[in-house]
Design a protein around this ligand. Structure first.
Ligand SMILES: COc1ccc(C(=O)Nc2ccccc2)cc1NC(=O)CCSCc1cnc2[nH]ccc2c1
Length: 273
């Protein structure tokens, strides 16, 4: 409520529980707000690390963007506070944990499950794009699972207001990069359409489409050429959607509204939440 919303939080308001993981810039702990008993995830980030990485402004901008985002498939940032050494982000806790752990454990998802997650991510992207926010980093590692196993985009380490042209020093996997980013071109919301295609492929196949053991140059080449091979274990409907999203030309990528009406996605609606 508004009283809760505007109040000044401090560490004394929370009981810290088990560690939930290590993020880009900090450690995340389960925590309970003492007065209400409300469970949250508390991300503790050292200011020294922010200064060393020159990302203080990026964090401030993110907090500004995210404190206004409200969507069932986007992890909430409830608020933040700081003391002289650390910044604390009060984040939504996702009880069913990290989607990529489930994916690695099961190898790949049943197509109905995959389609449900893709529909949920599409709804989240539609909401973000309507707020002129590009996520640019949609991958299994950034998706958490809520109380009923619903997918939530959970990491906003790189979201920007559209159109983004700043080159990010990209660490981590290149598998999700679209050609225009690999070629360092101007990019916008259609970047997320490409990533949605990569995500759908990885969910039903169990590995990203352009992965190259030979290293990143080979991955770059395969992305730039859109050297896409879809195994015939993948249903025709799923393959059709993946092909319509993994288009080199951004204007040819299936818009989010059409993704929601695609047969593969419509089929997933009548199966569990
Ligand atoms: C909305 O989310 C976020 C918003 C902002 C930032 C962030 O760090 N921004 C940043 C930092 C420094 C410089 C610039 C920007 C991170 C997240 N998200 C996460 O860190 C993922 C774990 S969310 C916690 C959480 C919940 N529920 C779980 N269940 C199991 C594990 C788990 C883990």
């Amino acid at each position: 409520d508004t009283e809760q919303k505007n109040r000044k939080w401090s560490l004394a308001d929370f009981e810290i529980g088990k560690p939930l993981g290590k993020g880009k810039f900090g450690h995340v702990y389960l925590a309970r707000e003492r007065r209400s008993g409300f469970i949250v995830a508390l991300k503790i980030i050292y200011k020294a690390e922010l200064e060393a990485a020159k990302v203080e402004k990026q964090l401030r901008r993110e907090i500004e963007i995210q404190s206004h985002l409200r969507h069932p498939h986007i992890l909430r940032l409830y608020g933040y506070f700081y003391d002289e050494k650390r910044v604390y982000l009060i984040l939504e806790y996702a009880p069913q944990g990290e989607l990529y752990k489930t994916l690695r454990r099961t190898g790949k998802f049943e197509e109905a499950t995959a389609a449900r997650y893709i529909r949920q991510m599409t709804l989240a992207l539609q909401y973000l794009h309507s707020r002129h926010v590009i996520h640019r980093d949609i991958k299994p590692e950034n998706i958490l699972l809520g109380l009923n196993g619903e997918a939530k985009i959970a990491d906003f380490g790189w979201s920007v207001h559209a159109p983004g042209t700043r080159r990010q020093t990209l660490c981590g996997t290149l598998d999700y990069l679209p050609p225009e980013m690999v070629e360092g071109k101007e990019h916008a919301w259609w970047v997320d359409l490409w990533s949605l295609g990569v995500l759908a492929y990885e969910f039903v196949v169990g590995a990203p489409p352009f992965e190259e053991a030979a290293g990143y140059r080979a991955t770059y080449r395969r992305i730039a050429k859109v050297d896409l091979k879809i195994p015939d274990t993948v249903s025709p409907d799923a393959a059709d959607l993946i092909r319509k999203l993994l288009q080199h030309d951004p204007e040819k990528r299936l818009p989010l509204e059409k993704v929601l009406r695609h047969p593969w996605i419509r089929l997933s609606i009548n199966i569990s939440p």
